[in-house]
Write a protein that binds this ligand. Structure first.
Ligand code: ZN
Length: 693
């Protein structure tokens, strides 16, 4: 629930402020609407050998869970990935044009951890033909075939591959990964694998209701399990743990966590790892709560990590966690900035434009730091958030606080990759705004992420009796809007200049301009024509921008979308003009007032659990797109030939051991390619059976 994704479209050509490492190739691969980048891991060599060893063991634990997410995303994903990989490695005629199309499709499958677009959630189709595929299957090696058929070997290869072919090629089959559309059974219409045996939404909701924990320190029932309806109609909860569902992968995770605990930096961190090991072994949710609390309290360690079933966006009911992992260590210089914000958390809470009854009297333990990611895994790979705020359990956040991180080296990699790509020149109104973005865009972006993560999500309180579930399917959108608005309201506050975070009182304007442009206009390039917005962060950004545009002073609008007629081609000659739309901000301070008003509304909806109001505002502003604007944005964007979605390859950690088996050296290799990496992961880190039900 608490992730920030970068607005990667609006990253500008940033200059001057970052050191460039000429040896690193940041742009790795590009296909369809996707681009694969590389991130550097600065300061890794400044860690002690013990810290480097810890990072290494934790990265291994992160890589071993990769298969889990594939299976969670759709029960056919592992079978399809393995089939494609075997054909890719064994098919004799690599010059065949059909083979090139298979390669493209496979790259896409790797990027999405399955056959559905990682962002739109729609199934994408192969471009190679069924006929060629039927032929190509014959090149699969005998050993691979055994693994692919697995527990279904008895049914025969023909039947299994016929089924896979339908799943891959028929657009109507398993069309949507996570369905959020109103009025239909969300479980039966979602292609993902969080529920099984034809369990209906009503049955699942009844089960959760019956098993709900209403205690003061509730267990997050369903976080780490799959509900399956058995043939006799009974509902079984299959828990993710060693010896349970996904046990083959979790066993490996535990093995590497055990290595990691031996080189923990301190007792608190060792406690965190021990609790996580215990939780993976037992599946016990009380242990998970203890782990979360220990994790929130582990503030002194340089190295930190996430590893497990965490964010619940994938489950149509928002209960079960998708497996994810990230290993990171503190960026000491940049952390100074977030520490200042955290130290002033109460001031921000007290001065926010929300109603007093919805404010926290005591903002507890808002810790914030800037990190460098050392590895991305599961739901954080290849596409990754740029900020994380955990844990998700509200009562832990209230009692013990939360940890919030901004991932600096990922943001830097986006900036590097976006340098001079022509985006701002096309979409930003004038040179004034472009220059503003060039000068302050990167700083503003980091600053807004810090505010969103360390203060925004942690701000405000729910009234007694209200839980995060009250807003149901609109909860994520409202929560992200709340955090974004908190950041937008405060980035313009003189307090930030006073605290030394922003250099002057105008620096925030780049962020305001880009948020409005992105929310109302440019983010639409990522959505297929004819489609509405689905993803919570995109919905939240459009909600904010469109609400603002709907509430400007009509006589003297603070911000507006204007039409500009521009000549096509060289303006010196007599050429036809075309009309383009641009965002224009006329009154930045007035815009801040509007952001503040909306923040107060969104906070009230959250605090009172007002489902009807959430539904009203989301449906009115966040979901439907303006078709003409949409078409125009797509057309202009397409001319730039850019990929709207980015993901990453991981670094490779190379180790040497001494005679006692201890690591004597851990070094970083930043050269592995995209295909190489995925084939290696599939070869070495693929413990799950193909069929897990
Ligand atoms: Zn967020």
């Amino acid at each position: 629930m608490k992730k920030t994704f970068i607005m990667l479209l609006v990253l500008s050509a940033l200059m001057g402020c970052k050191q460039s490492n000429k040896e690193i190739n940041y742009n790795v691969d590009k296909f369809y609407d996707l681009e694969v980048l590389r991130y550097d891991v600065p300061d890794f060599d400044q860690l002690t050998l013990q810290q480097q060893s810890l990072v290494y063991y934790l990265t291994e634990a992160a890589l071993w869970g990769r298969d889990i997410l594939y299976d969670q995303n759709c029960r056919y994903n592992l079978a399809i990935r393995r089939t494609l990989e075997s054909i890719y490695c064994n098919y004799p005629d690599k010059q065949n044009p059909q083979f090139a199309l298979l390669e493209k499709y496979l790259k896409r499958v790797w990027f999405s951890n399955g056959i559905h677009h990682h962002y739109s959630e729609d199934k994408f189709l192969p471009e190679f033909t069924r006929e060629w595929f039927a032929e190509a299957i014959k090149s699969i090696s005998a050993a691979d075939l055994d693994i692919i058929l697995g527990s279904r070997a008895g049914e025969g290869a023909d039947k299994v591959f016929a089924e896979l072919t339908e799943v891959m090629f028929d657009p109507a089959v398993l069309a949507k990964k996570t369905n959020q559309a109103a009025g239909v059974d969300l479980l039966l219409t979602s292609a993902n694998n969080y529920y099984g045996g034809g369990l209906t939404q009503a049955e699942a909701e009844a089960w959760y209701q019956a098993h709900k924990d209403d205690s003061a320190e509730p267990l997050w029932i369903g976080l780490n399990s799959k509900l399956v309806k058995n043939a006799d109609g009974s509902i079984e909860e299959r828990v993710f743990k060693v010896g349970g569902l996904y046990g083959e992968a979790l066993e490996k995770v535990v093995y590497w966590l055990q290595k990691a605990r031996e080189v923990a930096e301190n007792d608190q961190q060792r406690l965190v790892i021990d609790k996580l090991i215990d939780y993976n072994l037992t599946g016990d949710l009380k242990t998970f709560n203890e782990y979360c609390i220990a994790w929130v309290r582990d503030l002194d360690s340089r190295v930190d990590f996430v590893n497990g079933f965490t964010e619940v966006y994938g489950d149509p009911l928002g209960i079960t966690g998708a497996w994810e992992a990230m290993v990171n260590f503190k960026n000491l210089e940049a952390t100074k900035r977030t520490t200042i914000l955290a130290e002033n958390a109460q001031w921000f809470e007290d001065n926010s434009p929300t109603d007093k009854q919805f404010k926290k009297e005591n903002v507890k333990g808002v810790s914030a730091k800037v990190i460098n990611a050392a590895i991305l895994g599961g739901d954080c790979y290849p596409s990754t958030p740029i900020g994380i705020n955990l844990p998700n359990a509200n009562w832990i956040r209230k009692e013990y606080g939360s940890k919030s991180v901004t991932i600096q080296n990922i943001t830097d990699a986006y900036d590097k990759a976006a340098e001079g790509n022509g985006f701002n020149e096309e979409f930003v109104l004038s040179k004034t705004e472009i220059e503003m973005i060039r000068q302050y865009g990167s700083l503003d972006d980091n600053c807004h992420t810090d505010l969103h993560e360390c203060l925004g999500h942690g701000s405000g309180k729910l009234l007694d009796g209200v839980t995060k579930d009250n807003l149901k399917e609109h909860g994520s959108t409202i929560e992200e809007a709340r955090a974004d608005l908190f950041g937008l309201y405060y980035i313009a506050d003189p307090k930030l200049v006073e605290l030394g975070i922003l250099p002057n009182k105008d620096a925030y304007k780049a962020e305001y301009y880009r948020q409005m442009m992105n929310g109302a206009m440019t983010q639409l390039v990522r959505v297929e024509e004819g489609k509405d917005l689905e993803e919570a962060h995109m919905r939240n950004r459009q909600l904010i921008a469109n609400w603002v545009l709907d509430h400007v002073n009509p006589a003297n609008p603070e911000v507006e979308i204007i039409e500009v007629s521009k000549p096509v081609g060289n303006p010196k000659h007599d050429v036809p003009c075309e009309t383009k739309h641009y965002m224009r901000v006329n009154d930045y301070e007035g815009l801040r007032v509007l952001y503040g008003q909306l923040l107060a509304i969104i906070q009230r909806i959250t605090s009172t659990g007002d489902y009807e109001a959430a539904k009203e505002i989301v449906e009115r502003y966040a979901v439907k797109v303006n078709p003409e604007l949409h078409r125009e944005m797509r057309a202009r964007y397409q001319k730039l030939n850019l990929a709207p979605y980015k993901g990453f390859v991981n670094p490779v950690y190379e180790v040497k051991t001494d005679n006692d088996g201890h690591l004597s050296q851990v070094s970083l290799n930043l050269t592995e390619g995209y295909t190489e990496q995925h084939l290696r992961y599939s070869r070495f880190y693929s413990p799950l059976p193909t069929w897990n039900d």
